[in-house]
Write a protein that binds this ligand. Structure first.
Ligand SMILES: [Zn+2]
Length: 89
């Protein structure tokens, strides 16, 4: 499987490290422990189908990417730099 890094082109999956969901991850306010922090750190959806994930190109350019991937078929339909994805959301 290949991931289309915007900086490097299509690269092998083994060059990347998945870091989890790229959406719905707004950090809670403040630094005091709360239920919101517990949910932020420990609860994740495990949706079937189209999802946006945060990947790190650890074996390449070191860029953080938002990858559009189907969790059922594993097909990757696109990727963009996380800094640009944040601006677009
Ligand atoms: Zn790259």
């Amino acid at each position: 499987m290949k991931i289309p890094c915007p900086l490097c082109g299509d690269r092998d999956l083994r060059e990347f490290t998945i870091r989890g969901h790229a959406t719905g991850m707004d950090r809670p306010e403040g630094e005091t422990w709360s239920d919101a922090w517990n949910d932020f750190l420990h609860l994740r959806d495990n949706a079937a189908g189209a999802t946006r994930e945060l990947w790190y190109h650890s074996g390449g350019c070191g860029a953080w990417l938002v990858v559009d991937r189907d969790t059922v078929t594993h097909a990757i339909s696109g990727a963009q730099l996380a800094s640009e994805a944040r601006d677009a959301d």
